[in-house]
Write a protein that binds this ligand. Structure first.
Ligand SMILES: [Zn+2]
Length: 473
C-alpha cells in the first residue's frame, strides 16, 4: 500500500504521537464539545460511492488556527463477508488507524472521541480533513480485506450534525441493549480483546455477556463476530474453564489467557472485583472505580466529569494510576455499560459499596441501580468533600453508615486515651521513661524524655494506626 501521494506519512510508527495544545492546528470533538461521535455502518454495496469523502461544515482553510470544532464521522462500508454484527469492532479500529497518520492524535471512542491535527501537518500540506477519511478507507481495505468499498461523511458543523449524532446514539444503545439480559453463566465462551496492546502491552480485555470491554465499545456479541471472521485477529474466543471463585468471577480459562497474553505479568483475574486481583486497565476505559478508604466505599468517576472527584483527584490523575495494563487494586477502569450489569463489583458488595458518582452517570444508569440504593449514593450535587460524604451516608442510612459510625466511636475512644503530664512550674526533670502499650498489649513504644522542660496543661498522645479506615481530622 502506498501513501506516497499524501502530504504526511502513514504507519504504526506514529501511533504514540502526542499533540499538545500549543502544537495543534485544530482540535476535533473532545471535552470542549458536548456532542461528538464516530460510527461505522455496514450498508449494501449499491449505496456506496467508493472512495468518496464528504465534509459537512467548515474544513481546515475555514478554521482558525488553535481552535476546536465539533466532530462526527460516519464510515459506510460494504463487502460480501461484512455483517452488521461487525460494525462495533470495525469502528473501534478508527482509533488505531487515525493514530497511524503523522500529525494526528486520536483518543477514546464513540461519543467521547477526541482528535487533534498538528500545525506541522497542516504546514506540510494536510490542508483538508478529507485526508483523514481518505486514509482511513485505504487502511481499512489494506488491513481488513473483507472491507471492499467505503465512503466517509465528516461533520464539523454542530447544527448539521444533530440528526446523524442522534442516530449514532440510538445505534450505540441498540448494540448495548442486545447483550443485556444474558448472563456469564449462560455461555461457555468469553472473548478476549487485545486491540489496546500497542499502548498497554500486558493488557487483555476479557469480554463477557455481563462485562463489556472497558472502552464501552465492544461487547460479547461484537467480540464474537470479530473472532469468527478473523480468529487470529485482535479478538478471540476464551474457553471459560472452571469457576475457581464464582463471587470473584475467577475462571481457569481466563487466568490462562491472561497469563499467556500478558507474558506472565498477570496470572489471576477477577471479573467482578475492583479490589482483589482486578481486571487490568488499558487507557480507554470510560470510567474508573476508585476505593475511598475513609468510608471503606467505592466511588465512580467518568471521563467527562469536570473537576475533582470526591477524593480530591480529577479523572486524569486517577487515570494515570489506573491505566497501562497494570493490576491496581482500588483503581479499576470500566465501561459505563458494566455499571448496569448485575455482576457490577459483585464481590466487593455491589451497589451496597458504592458511595459517590457523578450525577450525569447516575442519571444514565439510574434504572439499573437497586431502587432502595438510588438516594443513598451521593453525587457532586449533594456533597463536595469527604466530611460531607460521611454525613450524607449516615443521614441516608447507607449500608456503610453503621461501620462509619463504629469507626468514629473507636476514634473518639482513642482521643480519650489521654496521658496528662503536669509538670508544674516547668521544673526541670531528669530522665523520665514512659511505656505506652500498643493495642491489645502487643508492641507499644517507649518514650524517653531527657532533661525536658514541659509546660503543658495536658499532652495528648494518639495512636497512629496506618491501617485505620478513619481519616485523622
Ligand atoms: Zn483499551
Amino acid at each position: 500500500m502506498s501513501f506516497d501521494d499524501l502530504p504526511v506519512e502513514v504507519g504504526p510508527v506514529f501511533e504514540g504521537e502526542r499533540i499538545r495544545g500549543k502544537q495543534m492546528y485544530v482540535e476535533l470533538g473532545g471535552p470542549k464539545q458536548e456532542k461528538k461521535f464516530e460510527l461505522v455502518r455496514v450498508v449494501p454495496s449499491d449505496k456506496i460511492e467508493d472512495g468518496r469523502v464528504t465534509i459537512i461544515g467548515p474544513d481546515i482553510p475555514d478554521i482558525e488556527e488553535g481552535s476546536n470544532v465539533p466532530w462526527g464521522i460516519v464510515i459506510e462500508m460494504s463487502g460480501d463477508k461484512l455483517e452488521e454484527d461487525l460494525e462495533s469492532v470495525l469502528e473501534r479500529r478508527i482509533h488505531e488507524f487515525t493514530n497511524y497518520i503523522e500529525g494526528t492524535m486520536h483518543l477514546n471512542q464513540r461519543y467521547d472521541v477526541w482528535q487533534r491535527v498538528s500545525k506541522n501537518a497542516v504546514k506540510k500540506g494536510f490542508n483538508s480533513l478529507k485526508f483523514i477519511g481518505d486514509i482511513l478507507m485505504r487502511l481499512y481495505k489494506a488491513e481488513l480485506p473483507i472491507v471492499e468499498k467505503a465512503q466517509v461523511t465528516i461533520y464539523t458543523d454542530r447544527g448539521q450534525m444533530e440528526a446523524a449524532y442522534n442516530e449514532a446514539m440510538e445505534i450505540y444503545e441498540a448494540r448495548d441493549a442486545k447483550v443485556r439480559g444474558m448472563t456469564d453463566e449462560g455461555v461457555d465462551q468469553f472473548y478476549g480483546c487485545v486491540l489496546c496492546q500497542s499502548f498497554a502491552p500486558t493488557h487483555v480485555c476479557i469480554v463477557t455477556p455481563q462485562r463489556t470491554g472497558l472502552c464501552g465499545a465492544i461487547n460479547w456479541f461484537d467480540a464474537r463476530a470479530s473472532a469468527r471472521v478473523d480468529p487470529k485477529g485482535p479478538n478471540f474466543a476464551i474457553e471459560k474453564g472452571d469457576a475457581i471463585d464464582e463471587s470473584l468471577g475467577e475462571f481457569s480459562g481466563v487466568n490462562e489467557i491472561a497469563d499467556s497474553k500478558s507474558l506472565g505479568e498477570v496470572t489471576r483475574v477477577a471479573l467482578y472485583s475492583a479490589m482483589e486481583v482486578p481486571h487490568t486497565s488499558c487507557g480507554c476505559f470510560e470510567a474508573i472505580v476508585f476505593y475511598i478508604p475513609e468510608v471503606d466505599g467505592l466511588g465512580i468517576v467518568d471521563r467527562n466529569f469536570k473537576g475533582s472527584a470526591i477524593n480530591g483527584l480529577p479523572f486524569s490523575t486517577m487515570a494515570n494510576q489506573t491505566g497501562g495494563g497494570k493490576q491496581v487494586p482500588g483503581f479499576h477502569g470500566i465501561a459505563i455499560e458494566y455499571i448496569r450489569s448485575k455482576k457490577f463489583l459483585k464481590h466487593d458488595g455491589g451497589w451496597n459499596r458504592v458511595v459517590w458518582m457523578p450525577s450525569s452517570v447516575k442519571e444514565r444508569v439510574k434504572d439499573d441501580i437497586p431502587a432502595d440504593m438510588v438516594n443513598k449514593i451521593a453525587t457532586e450535587q449533594e456533597v463536595s468533600d469527604l466530611e460531607q460524604l460521611e454525613a450524607f451516608l449516615k443521614e441516608k442510612n447507607h449500608p456503610l453508615a453503621a461501620s462509619i459510625v463504629a469507626a468514629e466511636e473507636e476514634s473518639e475512644e482513642e482521643e480519650e486515651e489521654e496521658y496528662g503530664m503536669a509538670a508544674a512550674g516547668g521544673m526541670p526533670m531528669g530522665t523520665m521513661t514512659m511505656s505506652v502499650p500498643g493495642a491489645g498489649g502487643v508492641g507499644g513504644f517507649t518514650l524517653i524524655l531527657k532533661n525536658a522542660k514541659i509546660h503543658a496543661e495536658k499532652v495528648i498522645i494518639k495512636r497512629m494506626d496506618a491501617g485505620s479506615k478513619k481519616r485523622k481530622k
